[in-house]
Design a protein around this ligand. Structure first.
Ligand code: C5P
Length: 268
């Protein structure tokens, strides 16, 4: 039996860094939503572990234990054959690794008819929210997930094709005790989002100047409501009131910047 699962792109609409623990991990306060665009996986019981990566963004994706999918299956404790159809850039701040790993855990729970017994956080700080896979507020170092009922938003996601290592961005933060988000309002969600922050954005742009170029290009898009970076970068996004506006921006950006990864999406 094979289980097919979808690993949506994860977008941090806000990412406030509110403190640092004694062990070095940072305290976060983040609104996370998931796209109708992502990777597709097929997981089958097997005598030994295997991973095959295909698809438009397969290049450079490891097919062994360096891949978080593989480590998720090992943590579950059963050998499986994983086919990963890769559409999301990895090391890009939109869950290219974490969402795949969470999808493997979901597939294995169905396949083996038992819950994952391990601690998802040990596979990565974004795994708990990626297991949730729909709008949530993420706090703590990533383990504290509260589901949110939010209106769908429309976005264009852009990655200028630079890798930004997360630990380097955390290290470059000038302040680690920034204010949290406060209550999420029941109406005027987009206007409220525009007043929030990604506290990693300036530090990431300091390490990879392409990020500021990306944010400036997004800011030029007609009728965008806000532009921001997701996660520790380098993927940035702009939000729009309609999907048609997001699709239009995606077409414009793909034409202007043929080397960038550009994708419109609806986030829920
Ligand atoms: O858990 P993940 O592999 O995504 O994290 C990569 C690195 O980012 C960690 O090794 C840690 O240095 C840093 N990190 C952090 N605080 C968090 C999450 C990650 O300092 N809440």
């Amino acid at each position: 039996m094979a289980i097919e699962v979808f690993a949506p792109a994860k977008v941090n609409l806000t990412l406030h860094v509110t403190g640092q623990r004694a062990d070095g991990y940072h305290l976060l306060d983040s609104v996370v939503m998931f796209a109708d665009f992502g990777d597709h996986l097929r997981v089958t019981k097997a005598a030994k572990m295997s991973l095959r990566v295909t698809g438009p963004l397969a290049h450079g994706v490891p097919e062994d234990a360096r891949n978080l999918c593989w480590r998720a299956a090992e943590a579950f404790g059963e050998p499986v054959a994983i086919e990963l159809d890769k559409h999301l850039p990895h090391a890009a701040g939109i869950g290219g690794g974490s969402s795949d790993a969470a999808a493997v855990l979901r597939a294995m729970e169905q396949l083996f008819e038992r819950p994952f017994g391990g601690n998802p956080l040990e596979l990565g700080a974004d795994i708990p929210v990626c297991l949730h896979a729909t709008a949530a507020r993420m706090a703590g170092i990533g383990e504290d997930i509260t589901g949110l009922s939010l209106p769908a938003v429309h976005a264009v996601l852009v990655n200028p094709r630079v890798d930004v290592p997360t630990p380097a961005v955390f290290k470059a933060l000038p302040t680690k005790d920034n204010p949290p988000m406060g209550a999420i309002p029941e109406s005027e969600y987009l206007a409220w989002l525009a007043l929030q922050r990604n506290d990693m954005e300036a530090a990431a742009a300091g390490l990879a100047p392409e990020i500021q170029i990306t944010l400036d290009a997004l800011a030029q898009m007609p009728k965008q409501c806000l532009t921001r970076m997701s996660g520790s970068g380098a993927t940035c996004f702009a939000l729009f009131e309609t999907r048609a506006l997001a699709d239009h921006a995606a077409q414009m950006l793909a034409t202007q910047y043929p080397n960038w990864w550009v994708q419109s999406a609806t986030l829920t």
